[in-house]
Design a protein around this ligand. Structure first.
Ligand code: HXC
Length: 268
């Protein structure tokens, strides 16, 4: 689908995207690049990174990949520094790296719970923490903002409760909390804005079908009248809005992009 944004809306911006080589993260990398940004991708799997970077470069997008695990502080520090060295600044950090699997709480080991919190919540904080000194200097082109901007990819699972996702729900609740607290502290001190996007069910990612193949049937629609499958594109457009000048007055907010599903109720 054609973008409704001008193709230069992110011109001159440098974005570091964790989990940027696959799924929603890769769509964000691609769309940021198509709208003028240079992109650095961070991910654990070198092969996946390499092929994502080749695709971006074949589209004429300045792109580089750095292998690393957001759970390791030394990896986070190395990747933000490498991004800075490669592109000369960092304006935008997107935390899209996430871990997930379906399991009943009864069968989830504390280590399994911890693993997802380590990736999603601690990983997000670690990346923000390590990127701060660069983000302070970044984003000079933002109309009113002296600092850069952070975008955290969240979910809607924790607004109520969700089956077999206790670890992810807890992790994303923490992510939303990180979004608000950093927006307060770093917005005040450094003019850095921090926001989130909470995607609904996105059909064109392997994760969605791995997680919940049954949800797309008519039974789901009966219980969730607003159930509608989204596309990665929808999330990337929300991301562009929030990190561009269009979103410069939005801070500490997590934008739900799910077609209204999270508040859907069965018909009486
Ligand atoms: C139960 C599991 C499990 C499973 C792992 N564990 N997979 N428990 N069911 N399917 C437990 C292990 O037994 C272990 O605990 C602990 O978790 C750590 O497992 P490892 O395999 O050692 O971890 P690691 O190799 O680091 O892998 C991380 C991972 C992995 C999260 C577990 O599955 C992963 O990276 N998945 C891909 C990421 C992904 O799908 N991303 C898309 C996210 S989509 P013990 O006690 O045995 O040591 C998303 C959307 C959210 O986030 C919203 C959905 C609507």
């Amino acid at each position: 689908m054609e973008s409704p944004f001008k193709e230069n809306i992110l011109k001159g911006k440098v974005a570091l995207i964790t989990g940027g080589a696959s799924g929603i993260g890769f769509e964000i990398s691609t769309q940021f690049g198509k709208h003028g940004a240079s992109v650095a991708l961070m991910g654990r799997r070198k092969q996946v990174l390499d092929s994502a970077v080749s695709v971006l470069q074949s589209l004429g997008i300045p792109a580089v990949g750095f292998a690393g695990d957001v759970r390791k502080q030394e990896d986070a520090a190395r990747v933000v520094e490498s991004t800075y060295k490669h592109f000369g600044k960092i304006d935008i950090l997107v935390n899209a790296a996430a871990g997930n699997f379906l399991v009943a709480a009864e069968d989830l080991s504390p280590n399994g719970f911890r693993t997802v919190l380590d990736i999603d919540s601690v990983g997000t904080f670690t990346m923000c923490h390590e990127a701060l000194k660069y983000l302070k200097k970044g984003g000079q082109g933002r109309t009113t903002s002296g600092g850069g901007t952070i975008l955290n990819i969240s979910a809607t699972l924790h607004y109520t409760a969700s089956w077999y996702q206790i670890h992810v729900s807890a992790a994303k609740a923490a992510v939303d909390s990180i979004t608000r607290n950093l927006a307060l502290e770093w917005g005040t001190d450094y003019d850095i804005t921090v926001n989130g996007v909470a995607p609904g069910p996105i059909g064109d990612t392997p994760g969605m079908f791995k997680l919940d193949p049954e949800e797309i049937n008519s039974k789901a629609r009966e219980y969730m009248p607003l159930f509608k499958i989204g596309e990665k594109w929808d999330i990337a457009m929300a991301a562009i809005y929030l990190v561009s000048d269009a979103g410069k007055y939005v801070n500490g907010h997590t934008l739900v992009a799910d077609g209204g599903l999270w508040l859907s109720r069965p018909r009486h």
